[in-house]
Write a protein that binds this ligand. Structure first.
Ligand SMILES: [Zn+2]
Length: 71
């Protein structure tokens, strides 16, 4: 799980898959699909993103990693 003071990110599997926000490809057959929910302080709305864990790991800063937990 990723955490920062301004944005909290939760990674979980979901049935409704979004296109990968990193590479732009479909994720319907991805085995490492992750669903990201972004929230910001003092704002009620939420931003949802989908991505391949592999793609996400490729763009995250050093020290941050995404793990996929099948549920
Ligand atoms: Zn991708």
């Amino acid at each position: 799980m990723l955490k920062s003071s301004a944005i909290s990110t939760e990674v979980a599997m979901t049935e409704q898959r979004l296109r990968c926000c990193v590479c732009g490809r479909d994720t319907f057959d991805a085995t490492d699909y992750v669903h990201l929910e972004l929230t910001a302080q003092h704002v009620d709305t939420r931003q949802f993103l989908g991505a391949h864990a592999e793609c996400l790991n490729g763009v995250l800063a050093q020290g941050f990693t995404v793990e996929v937990h099948l549920m």
